[in-house]
Design a protein around this ligand. Structure first.
Ligand code: ATP
Length: 451
């Protein structure tokens, strides 16, 4: 019997499962935490690595027109002046005169915003002012204006400033793209909803350069590719929505933007963005740095500044979409259970192997041997195959269900009787157990895991 918990409960139940099972911890927890930061534990980092690997595979490895990058987080302050971040990367902030709490004005309920009333204590809210979200720091031992730098608020600029380097070293022909995965930092006024809005997060971004005559075709191509990626990580397609940004609401550099939204338990909100940024960035860096960032089209014999299409993906928002849609409560064998119905493509542990009893040498030896075979076969890209002997077999199944392991393999007395005997394979979602001959096990699991 499926029993979907009410939406606010999902976040509470899920975050406590994720903590208990080593996925995600509060940042700096033993010191009381640090708002807007979260730490990924052993299973969390495995899940995250799978999500990033699938992205890199689809957008870089499987294409001939994409160039990977890993640019420095700290950049010359002039990058952020030219990009417009120093002048304009700000959210509207209001402060309560009574309790001194600060809020993002555009996220306040309309009536409270109009009445200038604090949502926490009812006090009077002050005037709105623009709050720049970049974390400022100083590079080197001198603390003056010339040493100012910022933790990057997006990975995109690291690609624009390397456009010429890639052009000169790889000699790509248009259209081509640059892709990067890395940390970004924003001093969000109100971090919220677990890992949805944090102050330190990870992005997967592409800057794809085109002849402006072809921007629409490329834009439509990436709309499809974004959807395809949400399928790669196993997101339910009926929860992914496109939200076309109205022309009047577009950022000054954008001619078209689609936000891809997801039905999170706390509401439908932005998962990814896709923007047509025109030639704004390359032109801005060209002017500010004095470096020519144009492209020469040998066929047409013309020189121009390419236009850019930018699909931008948040790693942590993907992790949260994957986890919230995988979180399930049901009843199995008369007992309530909660588990993660993760797609095998992202599950941190693909298969778990157990001996039926832990104190029978013949069973443990066979199970360990099998563990090594399956590990060679299925432990790739951050995922692993686990060997477990703790507690009863029932407890082991429940633990694996909770962490989203699609299959458990149990070695029992029948397995060790003679060569070619069966093991028991248990399916996480149904709890059904099937007897599979040892010789067929690898191909059986490969097929079930969709490889
Ligand atoms: P929002 O409107 O939610 O603040 P944004 O439109 O400012 O997001 P972008 O600047 O387009 O976001 O950043 C690209 C992607 O980076 C977003 O689609 C999201 O997946 C991710 N992202 C942005 N800000 C955060 C954050 N504070 N925490 C986690 N992920 C973020």
């Amino acid at each position: 019997m499926s029993n979907k918990p009410t939406q606010p409960d999902v976040m509470e139940n899920l975050s406590s499962l994720l903590k208990r099972r080593g996925f995600i911890f509060q940042g700096s927890e033993i010191y009381g935490g640090l708002a807007g930061t979260w730490d990924y534990g052993p299973l969390g980092v495995a899940l995250k690595n799978n999500i990033k690997t699938l992205w890199w595979k689809r957008f870089v490895d499987d294409r001939d027109d994409m160039y990977g990058m890993d640019a420095a987080i700290l950049m010359n302050q002039n990058v952020w002046k030219a990009s417009g971040h120093v002048g304009g990367f700000a959210d509207p902030l209001v402060e309560c005169a009574k309790c001194k709490r600060r809020f993002r004005a555009d996220q306040l309920e309309a009536t409270l915003r109009d009445k200038k009333e604090c949502p926490e204590c009812g006090g009077k809210l002050g005037e709105e002012r623009q709050f720049n979200m970049m974390f400022q720091t100083n590079v080197g031992a001198t603390q003056d204006e010339s040493s100012v730098s910022y933790l990057r608020p997006e990975t995109a600029q690291g690609m624009f400033v390397n456009f010429k380097n890639v052009l000169d070293t790889m000699h790509p022909k248009l259209p081509f793209g640059m892709a990067q995965i890395g940390k970004a930092f924003r001093n969000e006024i109100s971090p919220r909803d677990f890992i949805f809005r944090t102050r330190e997060f990870e992005q997967m971004e592409i800057e794809y350069f085109v002849d402006p005559a072809n921007w629409e075709e490329t834009f439509n191509h990436f709309v499809k590719e974004v959807h395809a990626y949400t399928q790669d990580v196993g997101l339910p397609q009926d929860k992914v929505h496109e939200h076309e940004i109205a022309p009047g609401d577009l950022a000054h550099y954008s001619k078209r933007t689609i936000d891809f939204e997801f039905d999170y338990p706390f509401g439908k909100t932005e998962l990814y963005g896709l923007a047509y940024r025109t030639d704004f960035d390359l032109k801005a860096h060209s002017t500010a740095s004095g470096t020519d960032l144009s492209y020469y089209d040998e066929e047409k014999k013309v020189r121009f500044v390419p236009h850019c299409i930018e699909p931008s993906f948040g790693v942590d928002r993907t992790v949260l979409a994957v986890l919230t849609s995988a979180y399930t409560q049901d009843e199995l064998g008369g007992e309530k259970r909660e588990y993660l119905k993760l797609s095998p493509a992202v599950a941190p542990i693909k298969v778990a192997v157990f001996p039926l009893l832990k104190n029978k040498d013949a069973l443990t030896a066979k199970a360990k041997e099998l563990h090594q075979v399956l590990r060679k076969e299925f432990a790739k890209n951050g995922s692993t195959v686990e060997y477990d002997t703790t507690g009863s077999i029932g407890k082991r199944y429940r633990k694996q269900d909770e962490i989203g392991t699609p299959f458990c393999v149990t070695v029992d007395f029948a397995t060790i009787e003679k060569d070619g005997s069966p093991v028991t394979v248990r399916d996480r979602d149904t709890g059904a157990q099937e007897s599979v001959k040892l010789d067929d096990l690898v191909s059986y699991l490969a097929q079930k895991l969709g490889r």
